[in-house]
Design a protein around this ligand. Sequence first.
Ligand code: 5AD
Ligand code: SF4
Length: 478
Amino acid sequence: MYNENPTIDRLEKTIDEQRQGEALMLDETTTDGKKFYIESYGCAMNFSDSEIVSSILATEGYSSTRNIQESDLILINTCSIREKAEHNVRQRLRVFDKVKKGKPGTLVGVMGCMAERLKTKLLEQEKLVDIVIGPDAYRDLPKLIATAEHGDKGVNVILSREETYADISPLRLGSNGVSAFISIMRGCDNMCSFCVVPFTRGRERSRDAYSIVAEAAELVDRGFKEVTLLGQNVDSYKWSSPDETEHVNFAQLLERVALVSPELRVRFSTSHPKDITDEVIYTMKKYENICNYIHLPVQSGNSRILEKMNRTYDRAWYKERVESIYRILPDCSISSDIITGFCSETEEEHQDTLSMIEWAGYILSYMFAYSERPGTLAAKKYEDDIPLEVKKRRLSEVIKVQARMSKESNKRDLHKTFKVLIEGDSKKSDLQFKGRNSQNKVIVFTKQEGYKKGDYCFVKINGLTSATLLGEIVDGHE
Ligand code: 5AD
Ligand code: SF4
């Protein structure tokens, strides 16, 4: 769920993809006391972490600002997933350095996935930052700020096996007041050979199911209408009570959250093809408020490449999972992540990815050229031998097929009526609302009296733009 791909910027997707580098702030801020500025990159998990950090800072008396010049503490929540993501962060650090020079005493902190990897470089060689803090150390931030205020560097990049921040109620940053993320687990144990995440975010651990349900209930009380349960691999969620009498898997957690309120839409991301069970799919079927949308990254359509990627499934297994989804939930939409030009990928193997996009009928995909990451299994074991031009050409072919599939899927929606959750005004006009259907497609439609942000309405689709469905409000389901 990342996007650095200019060709898909036009697509409306889940909020996080549009928010790269966004400076986030709280709805309500106080004017006295110290101020922090926070900029976030990468996946939804990182954005969710920024909300945890904001909560920790608010407890310390800090308030948030969007104006970098007036901040006492500048934080950048970083992503390491591809080289380009790291490059962007380095550029931003140069800008922060200028701000710091204009206002001595301002502290700059690097948090998130780059922290562990680059701590020495950032602190010693470039002297750009005062605080380096890894994803499992956020509780330590006040202490590290104090250290930095005394002129020393504040560093904690220790990864934990237990930390889930279960007891911290995240402060919703830049929220539309309708949708919120709930982090249900941290880390990843899968060791896909291309991926740096297991190294930057550590071992997988699941958060207390009761604290997740309590967070969802609190959001409902505050008027929120949609939650997205977040984890690198939600299907391997597994929580046991301390006395080991209660065990909760992902399907059971989904059910508990769905039961919080029938008015609350429940989404989740990301699913792993090796772990998604029929129990999860049947739970989705059982509850109308669990959305019919699954992000099920295939990465490659070829079994040999999947094996080299250490994805632990092959093409046939993946197809079987997709067939089960469509069999149990005929209205479900599926999206994917795809990597082109992984080590030793041949043209024929690349063709398997193209045919998989067509076969699976993804409504959208996040598509990337392979970028070797230091320390990963692939970097150690395989040669990054596909030339950049070839990776890029294959990427453009993947993008083209996906664009056709997205368009075909949108065309099939013409004249259908969907239940839509209104998220707010459309980008282009305040005479129009923007919302999503259960399948996660964005729909823009003319406002009608009696409807407001956060309401559900039924919308009949009567047009399409390149990436958005257009429609009009109709009475009830037709
Ligand atoms: N190169 C390119 N894409 C990557 N991803 C993860 N690691 C890499 C890499 N080294 C993609 C995968 C993953 C998504 C979050 O980012 O498709 O699912
Ligand atoms: Fe990375 Fe694979 Fe874990 Fe996703 S499942 S975070 S791609 S190791």
